[in-house]
Each structure stands twice: as C-alpha cells, then as structure tokens.
Ligand binder design. Structure first.
Ligand SMILES: Nc1ncnc2c1ncn2[C@@H]1O[C@H](COP(=O)(O)OP(=O)(O)OP(=O)(O)O)[C@@H](O)[C@H]1O
Ligand SMILES: [Mg+2]
Length: 376
C-alpha cells in the first residue's frame, strides 16, 4: 500500500505532497485541474511512464527539465514469532526531457522497470480502457503477461531471453544473411524460451478464465456466454519447433518470424462473437473491469507480492449507477488500495459501500488538498 506520495513537475502538478494515504483515495475537481495527472504520477512511480501513451516529455511540466515522483509503500512483513509489522519502502522515479530515467528503491538505484513493477503492482482502468478489447492484440498480451509476471517468478527471465532471440533472428532474416548453422542456434533458443512462455501463459490462463467468468456473473449476469479464448501464436496442433520449421520459407522470404508467443492473443467472446464487435461501450467497460478485477484477485491469492493498487480514472464514465455500485463493491471486497478520480465527490460517495472509509482530495489548478469532510 502506498502511504506517502510526493509529486514534482508532472503536468500542472508543480509540488504535491500527500501523506497518510488510505485504502480508498478519491480525487475530485473540475476539468483540467490535475486529477488524471495524480494517477499518472502514481503510474510513473510504478512503471516509469504514463498510462496515456504520450511521450515522457509531455508529462513534464512545461519549461522544467524533469519530473519526479517519490513514494513510500508499506507492506505487511512477517516479523518475529509470526507477528506482522508494516515495513515502509521508499521508492522514486525521475524522468528528464532527454528520456533518461533514474529509478531508486530503498535508496539504491535499480536498472529495470520490472523491479519497480514488482514493488508497486498497478492496474489501471480509464475511459479509454475499452481499447483492451477493441485495440490490437499487443495490449491483450501485455494484460496477460502482467498476470503471469506477478504470479510466476520465472516468467520474466524467459520473456527477456525470448525477446533477445526474436530480435536477433529477425535481424538476420531481414538482412537475408541467415546461414543454416546460425538459424539452428537461434531457432533452438527461440523454441525453448517460446515454449516456456507459452506454458506459463497457458497455466495462468487456466485460472484466469474461470475467475473472469465468476466476476462477470456478478457484474453483468445478463451478458450472454462471456468467455476468454487463448491463442498461443501458432497452430495448436504443432509444437513451436514444428511451427517454426513449417514457417521457414515464409520467414526467410518476408524477413521476420511469423509465429510464436509474440503473436499470441486473448480473445474476449460474448455469445460466440467478439466482444469488441457486439458489446455496447458500457458493457465493454464492464468486461474490462472484470478482466482487471480477476487479475487483482488472482494476484492477491497466488502471488507473493501482496496486492495490486488500482488507478481508476473517471470511474463513473460509461457505467450506470447499478453497475458502478457493483464494481465498487467488488473492489471493496478485495481489500485493495484504490486511487480514483471523479468531477464531483458525490459521484463516488453514492456508489462506494457506506461502510468503508474514503479519503477525499480536492484538486484545483494543480493543488491537491485533503477535503475536510473526507474522514466523516
Ligand atoms: N506538460 C505540461 N505542463 C503543464 N501543464 C500541463 C502539461 N500537460 C498538461 N498540462 C495541463 O495540466 C492540467 C491537468 O490535466 P489533467 O488531465 O490531469 O486534468 P483532469 O483534472 O484529469 O481533467 P479532466 O476532468 O478533464 O479529465 C490540464 O489543465 C493540462 O492543460
Ligand atoms: Mg482527467
């Protein structure tokens, strides 16, 4: 759980300091006040980049050289005789206009974003999240791999090796200089790592898919036969090695590797049709919420990294009152930390379960103030 946050020069947030963050943190205020920028800042802390798909430069306040986000995460750690104590871990990310990133965890520099992501696992839901369904497969692979990464420690190493092999093999194929001997070496490594990635993904998918169905049965019971289908990126009747052999001439002719985990997809189906083609915008948002809640539940249950934090931009958009209530109830039952934005505070107060404590922050012209009535 993120207990403290300090933001410097992220968009219109010049200096923002938030302490004593709670489980449910709501940021409300008018358009352009800086609400989404607060969520972007937390994303910067966990992923070293924005979730808006914009360049790092656009994130840095105009006419300043860099932006910085510093935070403290506390996680319940097992102490002596099984007593649990909250240990605080400081972490910080600085990005400069030149693209340089400086990342520190516990005061020590770290080199990979994976270490940040392990320290502060994030799930993001925004008004654009429907693109997980309607957009290209890359987004759905990332979605799937987020889950595998957080529950299977060995996945990331294999994934890195696979990416290296694929790059090398494609470089050679593109230059048309591939010798049989080189091809054998790269194909062997690609096969091994590709098969391993596929196995991890399949194992994770086998638990994700029923969890997603359970959640959707609560969120949208009327939606017709919702299901997920995993496509591994090559003919499922073949081993990866066989698929690479079969694709050899196409690969050499066109200069890239046609099959493999880099072509995998998770298809979301409703009543036998692609959800992206048939569901309404609100239904799509619900499905995306279901996908992301399912991952959060699995991580809490199976991962050894605790729970993930949800960043939800404009929660009420596209969702009616009934469905907003259901999403909030599920989040509340998961006992996860949530950062959520809305225009007027009533929008969240009216849908969040009354029993829980909500901390409200009013955002205006880049200033973030704890709202006096927030702890009522
Ligand atoms: N690089 C930048 N430097 C300074 N200000 C910026 C920069 N990028 C964006 N802004 C401004 O920061 C403000 C905050 O934007 P943000 O998207 O966080 O607002 P918001 O509160 O989420 O608004 P909405 O309700 O419309 O979603 C906007 O007024 C925007 O014009
Ligand atoms: Mg916004």
């Amino acid at each position: 759980m993120l207990s403290q946050l300090q933001i410097s020069h992220v968009r219109n947030l010049q200096q923002v300091r938030l302490q004593g963050l709670k489980k449910v943190n709501v940021f409300f205020g008018p358009n352009g006040s800086g609400k989404t920028s607060v969520l972007e800042s937390i994303h910067l802390l966990g992923m070293a980049r924005s979730f808006r798909g914009t360049s790092v430069k656009s994130l840095i306040t105009h006419n300043t050289p860099s932006c910085t986000v510093y935070g403290v995460t506390s996680r319940k750690a097992a102490g002596e005789a099984g007593v649990y104590s909250a240990a605080g871990m400081p972490m910080g990310v600085q990005r400069s206009r030149s693209g340089e990133a400086q990342i520190k965890i516990g005061g020590k520099p770290v080199r990979t974003v994976a270490e940040l992501a392990a320290q502060l696992p994030l799930q993001v839901i925004t008004a654009e999240s429907f693109s997980l369904l309607t957009g290209p497969p890359g987004g759905r692979r990332q979605y799937l791999d987020w889950g595998v990464f957080h529950v299977e420690q060995r996945f990331f190493g294999q994934w890195q090796r696979f990416q290296r092999c694929l790059k090398q093999r494609n470089n050679l194929l593109r230059r048309g200089k591939i010798s049989d001997q080189e091809l054998v070496v790269w194909t062997r490594d690609l096969t091994q790592t590709g098969e391993a990635i596929n196995e991890y993904r399949k194992d994770y998918f086998a638990i994700l898919s029923p969890r997603f169905k359970e959640i959707m049965a609560r969120l949208a019971p009327s939606l017709d036969r919702l299901e997920l289908r995993y496509q591994q990126g090559w003919d499922r009747e073949l081993t990866y090695s066989e698929a690479l052999q079969q694709g050899y001439s196409a690969d050499t002719e066109q200069g890239y590797t046609h099959s493999g985990p880099q072509r995998a997809d998770v298809r979301v189906m409703s009543g036998g049709h692609l959800a992206a083609d048939t569901l309404s915008r609100g239904q799509q948002k619900l499905v995306v919420c279901g996908l992301k809640l399912a991952q959060g539940q699995l991580m809490a249950q199976l991962g050894n990294r605790g729970k993930c934090t949800y960043l939800i931009d404009d929660l009420p958009s596209e969702l009616d009152h009934e469905h907003s209530l259901l999403v909030c109830e599920l989040l509340e039952s998961m006992d996860v930390q949530v950062f959520v934005t809305c225009i007027a505070q009533e929008e969240i107060r009216s849908v969040w379960p009354k029993t829980s404590e909500i901390t409200m922050f009013h955002v205006e012209h880049g200033n973030v103030q704890r709202h006096p009535a927030s702890d009522v």
